[in-house]
Design a protein around this ligand. Structure first.
Ligand code: NAD
Length: 433
């Protein structure tokens, strides 16, 4: 569970001297903290605050897996549908040992605001299985995936809830999900997005989140007097999001000077050779040992002075102490919920703008929307068309959020939440909720 420490004050038992009180804030509470700021600005009526904060439906399922060595194990899975006012629930499925109900809840809420900000006709959902896929064979991974899909089958549907990949899940896993769903419901490619192209996946889905981040960087850079060409970039996480963001930023002339993954970090102040690094990681499964770079301590990745910092790994990685050491001119959140509210405050005071996750990484769900549309119509688009439509969505979303930030004199995160809440609240009101 992602917990942060919030200092408060209470009477000491010995007398009237206040002493620090340590209050744990969970990932879901962190998202709600941001929402409350938006509600206050918008004067959202009391009862709606709870309705907008809390998920519509939470499903916890028990999964039984027979391991290759004959052992039988029990796993916990979740599917949480947060808000469906603007369209079918939509959100990825994460396989990770840290998955729990609170984390999935938080991520499902972020999806509601993200789809609203990108203005695509979906609600928000998220799924997860608490497991370490690194320790599962291919057969075990497939069996666990099919078991999970079977248990949540009843609440899914192309007009109801559409899963997608997230951390440690990919196109192959989506193919198994589509196949399993099809056994009961017939051929239904629109049941999941992020599928292999041969099974109805969209061209450009794999690149989408990293490419979307790049489009946001292109828009945010001039607002912060940064030129992408020659800009120094630091990236934490070199999976789908981090590596594609690196690819497009590098292609535009930026210098990626440091990269970290779960196994370690590397640095080259002259700029890493990103195409070679991507090939290297495909083969070695890690950035560690890349020949044309120095090794650095992973925990100091956020301290490297740079123009653009991209957290693209897990949530909760930028806490107060990390935030105090950040020497970036702007932060683009590729990961979901990487910055705690207290760290956000530190960054605001330091004058470091943060382009929030619900705007910066919306490229993935946007191309998922394109994939779903192509599956429903069974008419497929060329990559060029996908990319140009993605650029339009991301550019418009950035300018809508930036305009609110300027008008209301607030940071981009609050502006993004204001836009998301406005749109979802309006949809609920029109439906007569
Ligand atoms: P991924 O599994 O492809 O890659 C994750 C990367 O993070 C890997 O390089 C891994 O080694 C690294 N990592 C894990 N723990 C780390 C640690 N402690 N320190 C440094 N690096 C670490 O996952 P992804 O799809 O790239 O997703 C990354 C983030 O982006 C997640 O927060 C996810 O929710 C978010 N996101 C993903 C998408 C998408 O389309 N894939 C869309 C929106 C948001």
């Amino acid at each position: 569970m992602n917990k942060t420490v919030v200092p408060g004050a209470k009477q000491s038992p010995a007398g009237n001297r206040p002493e620090p009180r340590l209050k744990q804030r969970t990932a879901f509470e962190e998202v709600n903290y941001h929402l409350e700021r938006a509600f206050d600005r918008l004067d959202t009526p009391g009862p709606y605050r709870g309705i907008l904060k809390n998920p519509y439906r939470e499903q916890r399922v028990q999964l039984v897996l027979h391991r290759d060595d004959g052992r039988t194990e029990e796993y916990e899975g979740y599917r949480i549908q947060h808000n469906g006012a603007r369209g079918p629930y939509k959100g990825g499925v994460r396989y990770h040992p840290s998955v729990d109900v609170d984390e999935v809840r938080a991520l499902s809420s972020l999806m509601t605001w993200k789809t609203a900000i990108a203005d695509i006709p979906f609600g928000g959902a998220k799924g997860g299985v608490c497991c370490d896929p690194k320790h599962l064979s291919d057969r075990e991974l497939e069996a666990l995936t099919r078991a999970y899909l079977n248990k949540i089958d009843l609440i899914l549907g192309p007009q109801r809830d559409i899963p997608a990949p997230d951390v440690n899940t990919n196109a192959r896993i989506m193919a198994w999900m589509m196949d399993e769903y099809g056994k009961r419901h017939g051929y239904t490619p629109a049941i999941v997005t992020g599928k292999p192209i041969a099974l109805g996946g969209s061209k450009g889905r794999e690149q989408a989140t990293g490419l979307g981040l790049y489009h946001i960087a292109k828009q945010a850079a001039p607002d912060n007097k940064i030129k992408i060409e020659g800009a120094k970039v630091v990236i934490q996480g070199f999976g789908n999001v981090g590596s594609w963001a690196a690819h497009f930023l590098h292609q535009a002339g930026a210098k990626i000077i440091a990269v970290a993954d779960a196994d370690g970090a590397i640095r080259n102040d002259a700029g890493l050779d990103i195409p070679s690094l991507i090939d290297y990681v495909k083969e070695k499964k890690s950035v560690c040992g890349f020949p044309e770079a120095d090794v650095m301590v992973s925990s100091s990745i956020f301290e490297v002075p740079c123009d653009i910092l991209v957290p693209a790994a897990l949530n909760g990685v930028i806490g107060v102490e990390v935030a105090k050491k950040i020497r970036a001119r702007i932060i683009l959140e590729g990961a979901n919920n990487p910055t705690t509210p207290e760290a956000d405050e530190v960054l605001r005071e330091a004058g470091i703008p943060v382009v929030p996750d619900i705007l910066a990484n919306a490229g993935g769900v946007t191309v998922s929307y394109f994939e779903w549309t192509q599956n429903l119509t069974q008419f497929f688009w060329e990559e060029e068309e996908v990319f140009s439509k993605l650029e339009k969505v991301m550019t418009k979303a950035y300018h809508n959020v930036a305009a609110i930030a300027r008008k209301e004199k607030v940071d981009l995160r609050l502006a993004a939440f204001i836009l998301g809440v406005r749109r979802v609240y309006e949809a609920m009101r029109l439906r007569g909720v």
